[in-house]
Design a protein. Structure first.
Length: 237
């Protein structure tokens, strides 16, 4: 078992480990028990009964958080010509083609989202070993390989707080839903957006109750279990 510090142990005493809290109560506890001297990220963790080895039980998608992530998102776009100009006008932080690819191959990854037009995948394809493990590889499934006319919308969504959710190898989904400095209402609305997207994106091969466990936590704080039934019923409207 990992050893926790005094502050963590004091925070953990405020949480009943045997109880599943309502989403609002859980988020209130996360804010109350956050003790780090920086603005911690609030994370949503979902345990599913899906089998990540089966193609018909994969779940992956994107959702725009109503209140963003609280983080300044640096967007890189692989585009050329008029598409590159449109990306720059839409607020992309980095725009280019072969020049950016070479820079990345030399170890540079100081960006949070990578977007590409389909014609640029001939260049982007060779960056898979670098971008893939970091979750930065442009992909049609993630909505980050888009035609030039969609670039402005996708860039603005990324800047506004569009996040990707996906099933990992242990059948879990982990996503940020804001910062400890957010109000409980803001965090709850962000959490509702994620839960609604996941529930509505139920894979064809899913059997029985897809979501087994839900928890929220801050970067350094203890986890708080959330009622699966109440979390699954959250809606943005």
């Amino acid at each position: 078992m990992p050893k926790h510090g005094k502050k963590y142990l004091e925070a953990a005493k405020k949480i009943d480990r045997t109880r599943e809290y309502s989403p609002r109560e859980a988020l209130e506890l996360v804010k109350e028990t956050a003790y780090a001297n920086f603005d911690e990220t609030v994370e949503l963790h979902i345990r599913t009964n899906l089998d990540p080895r089966k193609a018909d039980q994969q779940i992956r998608g994107t959702v725009v958080l109503p209140h963003g992530t609280g983080k300044q998102v640096r967007v890189l776009v692989f585009a050329e010509g008029d598409a590159a100009k449109a990306a720059e006008e839409a607020g992309a932080d980095y725009v280019g083609g072969e020049d950016l690819a070479q820079k990345i191959q030399q170890g540079w990854t100081d960006f949070d989202v990578a977007i590409a037009t389909p014609d640029m995948m001939r260049i982007v394809g060779r960056l898979g070993r670098i971008l893939g493990p970091r979750g930065l590889m442009p992909s049609p499934k993630a909505g980050t390989v888009v035609p030039p006319e969609d670039l402005p919308r996708v860039i603005k969504e990324a800047k506004a707080g569009r996040i990707e959710y996906r099933l990992d190898k242990t059948a879990n989904i982990h996503v940020p839903i804001g910062k400890v400095s957010f109000s409980v209402d803001q965090l709850l609305e962000n959490m509702a957006a994620v839960m609604e997207a996941i529930v509505n994106n139920r894979p064809a091969g899913a059997k029985g109750q897809m979501i087994r466990r839900v928890a929220v936590t801050s970067t350094m704080g203890p986890g708080v279990r959330v009622s699966v039934a109440e979390a699954s019923q959250l809606r943005t409207s």
